[in-house]
Design a protein. Structure first.
Length: 184
């Protein structure tokens, strides 16, 4: 027997002996099953609010907020979402909230008066939140919020949204929202 053949024979024997135990053959491990990911709870009154990307241009900020009917019944919105600007500790900041975007900037498709929007389960509607990052008085500290406390309508539960980059109001102290509109 050649030296190489001997090494191969000894190596094979060692591998075979290493697999011998009193436990017998082991079954292949069962691969883990799919994990269930919990869907977010559908808050009362059956809609969720989600902040979109903040569009920035020369001091004007605009952010779409999407409302999705996550419930099992139709939901009707007629009017404006409620809105409060909160700091990093979720304390209310003293800013003016205006219904209608025209005081800050006209937003095509969102400038009209409120109209009833009925959402079937799974359907969506949008509103736009606008503000300006303008400093008109260097002696007044700029206002910057971190979160928005929003509700689909007055008297409904608030949901907290956290726009990327925060809500940098400068010294304007004003933020505005459009009414809810159906998808175009």
């Amino acid at each position: 027997m050649t030296r190489v053949a001997g090494i191969v024979a000894v190596s094979t024997a060692l591998v075979l002996l290493a697999g011998c135990t009193d436990e017998g053959p082991k079954p292949n491990p069962t691969p883990p099953g799919p994990t269930a990911t919990a869907s977010p709870a559908c808050p009362s009154p059956g809609v969720t609010l989600t902040a979109g990307q903040v569009d920035v241009a020369m001091g004007l900020r605009a952010m779409r907020v999407e409302m999705v009917n996550c419930g099992s019944q139709p939901y009707t919105a007629n009017g404006y979402p409620t809105l409060q600007v909160l700091d990093a500790d979720r304390r209310h900041l003293d800013v003016a909230v205006v219904q209608g975007t025209a005081r800050i900037s006209r937003i095509t498709g969102f400038d009209g008066p409120p109209q009833p929007v009925t959402l079937a389960p799974g359907a969506r509607a949008s509103a736009v939140v606008v503000w300006r990052n303008t400093v008109t008085d260097a002696n007044v500290p700029a206002t910057t919020g971190t979160h928005l406390a929003m509700a689909p309508a007055a008297g409904q539960p608030v949901q907290v949204l956290s726009p990327a980059g925060g809500v940098d109001l400068g010294t304007t102290g004003t933020i505005a929202t459009s009414p809810w509109v159906p998808p175009a």
